[in-house]
Design a protein around this ligand. Structure first.
Ligand code: ATP
Length: 304
């Protein structure tokens, strides 16, 4: 697997307090990596360290395989764009002037793809309107356009939908998906909004008390949280035989519990099984959301 970003026992201490410690994360090329963690888990600290805004106290990270201790890291960093906390926008300037400013900062001699960028984020029609008069969603999209100057292929967005209305959230979601699909941009996105994140993320990293406690792909998560009916039966052998004969997708969990992953008419099943000397002693329908998965993982209430 090719990773755009890897961290190795990364640590950032503020005096004696470890905001992140022993942190190991892996962002595969082409992923939309959702970084999940409650307030104070260390998301912003991690992002600031990766962006080079703060130095790690110990441990390392590599971007495109280049370690942060390597001189080439500054060159590699040009391949990434980021919005940390708030987008870097000049409120008194128009969208176009904000972008021009960024072209200069990045050291690009002309404004080659400026209009393409405005089009990409849906801001071609803002003309002379100053950024201070933009909606929050427009400001966020302008921030993304600014982060895209220099054609990065790795974009870091810290809480990109905070404060946005439903329409703004959809626009940002669609923009991220389009950039990922069409421009092959890899994303690291931190968010409190698990439901929203679950609509776009292909990988998840769960951050708790400064550590990544679990990394899981969307497929693995779906596999572990498939809708299922758990049944408890008196005669597991006969039950398995029936499920086999009727092409059900199932998994034997213990010598009396089976998970069925198909739509089941439970009363019909009970009748059929009773003909085979098997009684259903109990059943439970289960479905796990990303939020449930997260709460189970960290134990107790999430506070997200
Ligand atoms: P939030 O979602 O609230 O932004 P977060 O996951 O981004 O939270 P961080 O901002 O990274 O968390 O903070 C992690 C911990 O480090 C917190 O306990 C915070 O108080 C502490 N911290 C962050 N910056 C500093 C600093 N400059 N000095 C001391 N402690 C800090």
């Amino acid at each position: 697997m090719e990773y755009i970003l890897e961290t190795h026992n990364l640590e950032k201490r503020y005096k004696n307090f470890k905001a992140i410690s022993n942190l190991n994360m892996h962002i595969p090329k082409g992923a939309i990596y959702g970084l999940i963690g409650k307030n104070g888990a260390g998301k912003t600290t991690l992002i600031r360290v990766i962006c080079g805004l703060q130095k790690p106290t110990s441990g390392t990270y590599s971007i495109y395989g280049i370690e942060n201790t390597n001189k080439k890291i500054d060159k590699v960093r040009k391949r990434m764009g980021a919005i940390v906390e708030l987008p870097a926008i000049r409120l008194e300037a128009t969208a176009e002037d904000n972008l021009k400013e960024q072209f200069k900062i990045v050291g690009l001699p002309n404004y080659d793809n400026l209009h393409e960028l405005l089009k990409l984020v849906g801001l071609t029609k803002t003309g002379k309107k100053k950024a201070k008069n933009f909606s929050l969603g427009m400001k966020q999209r302008l921030g993304i356009a600014i982060a895209l100057v220099g054609n990065p292929d790795f974009l870091i967005l810290d809480e990109p939908i905070n404060g946005l209305d439903p329409e703004g959230i959809i626009e940002i979601r669609e923009l991220i998906l389009r950039l990922n699909k069409e421009k092959k941009i890899t994303f690291l996105i931190s968010s409190h909004y698990l439901d929203e994140l679950s609509k776009i993320a292909t990988e998840y990293g769960f951050l708790d008390k400064g550590k990544i406690i679990k990394e899981i792909s969307k497929q693995e998560l779906e596999q572990s949280s498939k809708k299922r009916i758990e049944i408890k039966v008196s005669n597991i052998k006969e039950c398995v035989k029936y499920l086999e004969e009727n092409n059900y997708s199932y998994e034997v969990i213990s010598d009396e519990i089976i998970n069925i992953y198909d739509v089941v008419n439970i009363s019909k099943l009970a009748v059929e099984l009773s003909k085979r000397n098997c009684i259903i002693k109990g059943f439970d329908e289960k479905e796990e959301s990303l939020e449930n998965y997260y709460i189970n993982l960290i134990g107790g209430n999430s506070n997200v």
